[in-house]
Design a binder for this molecule. Structure first.
Ligand SMILES: NC(=O)c1ccc[n+]([C@@H]2O[C@H](COP(=O)([O-])OP(=O)(O)OC[C@H]3O[C@@H](n4cnc5c(N)ncnc54)[C@H](O)[C@@H]3O)[C@@H](O)[C@H]2O)c1
Ligand SMILES: O=C(O)C(=O)C[C@@H](O)[C@H](O)[C@H](O)COP(=O)(O)O
Ligand SMILES: [Zn+2]
Length: 369
């Protein structure tokens, strides 16, 4: 098992990555699960595939899971999903000192984390991420949110977990498409801040997706270490360091909005196409080389993630895509800082980007090929 600490003063916590953590859930959580009944929020797929393992793990420790099972998919990150979760937690008598278990992908983690942040003004949380995306990204760092009509993640809170348990065995049941989505966030860490890791991904992407043990473990632990370092430096995205984790997301969230937060384009896929756009836009502005932008595109193409928005039949204009960006949380006094590249491994925050120029660039990209 690999252990990474997220160093936050007075609230440091461990991210444990390795096999068989789910079947040791009670031991791993120790005193965090202080009552016989354990409130667990999950979705229908995870419940069907891994519910029994959890039941057994808790039964061995004399505990009983209490389940809240959401429908699978992004739709659960909604006002309705949130109110149902909070009402259920209240009906279960959850107290401030209890820890709610979020067992699932990023949707369940973001939703449950947000519910935990507001229940009795904040109760405990254990993240048990079951997708690659959630293991390398969403379970770490305390960003929680729901989507609302105006856009992605626009209502939320920072609420750190007390523990993250990333069981690599649970990825065995994850569909390939979801593995690819997680891989998009893995290579993001290389592109934004670690050229050597990006080069490693270029070589080993297929092995990660095939769940080769060594490659998968390196991909997860390198990603978690990068995220933990950045979150410890800038927990609430105030200094600019954490904003770099948003590489590809301003474009990506606009693509998710344009496709109605549906299965048509999953978050990881939107981020993949968004990273290609951010790299190409960087090259167009002359901050990075065309060659580096092409390397980003090739790495995304190589694993079957979408790179071309022209192939997405989006039925919207560049202006309509930039209109979605006006809701981006990085928006500051009327300007939107963009995470762009000086090169592979060197992202920076550009504060002088005109949205009209981005719209013109997107119009070209929508028509390319
Ligand atoms: N808070 C953050 O820092 C952060 C970071 C990245 C992404 N996110 C958010 O995370 C969400 C995407 O998360 P996701 O990609 O994990 O999607 P998801 O939670 O929808 O999970 C993807 C699918 O995989 C299924 N699944 C989960 N675990 C499984 C398993 N072990 N075996 C089989 N099926 C399984 C789920 O039921 C679902 O159908 C988005 O809403 C995104 O905005 C948040
Ligand atoms: O943890 C962060 O910070 C990130 O930006 C990670 C992203 O992968 C994630 O999708 C996040 O939810 C996006 O943040 P948002 O602030 O743009 O909603
Ligand atoms: Zn993301």
């Amino acid at each position: 098992m690999a252990v990474t600490r997220v160093e936050l003063a007075g609230r440091a916590y461990e991210v444990r990555v390795g096999p068989d953590l789910l079947s040791r859930l009670a031991e791993e959580c120790g005193a965090l699960l202080r009552k016989q009944a354990v409130p667990i929020v999950t979705d229908e797929n995870v419940h069907r595939l891994w519910g029994e393992t959890v039941e057994r793990a808790l039964a061995d420790a004399g505990k009983t899971p209490r389940w809240m099972v959401h429908p699978a998919g992004e739709g659960a990150k909604s006002w309705d999903g949130l109110s149902r979760t909070v009402e259920w937690l209240l009906s279960e008598g959850v107290e401030r000192g209890d820890h709610i278990v979020a067992l699932g992908g990023g949707v369940i983690g973001d939703l449950t984390g947000f519910a935990a942040s507001m229940l009795k003004r904040g109760c405990g949380l254990v993240q048990v991420p079951t997708t690659l995306l959630a293991q390398v990204d969403s379970s770490v760092g305390g960003k929680t949110a729901i989507n609302v009509a105006a856009g992605k993640n626009l209502v939320g809170a920072f609420h750190q977990p007390a523990l993250v348990l990333a069981d690599t065995e649970v990825l065995g049941t994850l569909p390939e498409r979801e593995m690819r989505c997680g891989y998009a966030e893995v290579i993001k860490y290389g592109i934004l801040g670690d050229a050597d890791f990006f080069a490693w991904c270029e070589e080993h992407g297929a092995a990660v997706l095939a769940q080769d043990h060594g490659a998968l473990e390196k991909a997860i632990t390198t990603s978690v270490e990068a995220k933990a370092r950045i979150v410890a430096e800038d927990e609430r995205e105030t200094s600019g360091a954490r904003a770099l984790l948003n590489f590809g997301h301003t474009f990506g969230h606009a693509l998710e909005a344009a496709t109605g937060f549906s299965d048509r384009l999953l978050h990881g896929e939107a981020v993949a196409a968004g990273m290609v756009l951010a790299a190409r836009y960087s090259a167009r502005r002359g901050s990075c080389s065309l060659n580096d932008a092409e390397r980003v595109t090739a790495a995304i193409d190589a694993v079957g993630l979408p790179s071309e928005i022209a192939a997405m039949a989006l039925d919207c204009s560049g202006d309509e895509l930039t209109a979605h960006m006006l809701h981006d949380k990085k928006m500051d006094a009327g300007t939107l800082p963009f995470v762009l590249l000086r090169g592979i491994g060197e992202a920076f925050l550009a504060r002088d980007v005109a949205l009209s120029d981005v719209a013109a660039f997107l119009s070209e990209q929508l028509q390319a090929h």
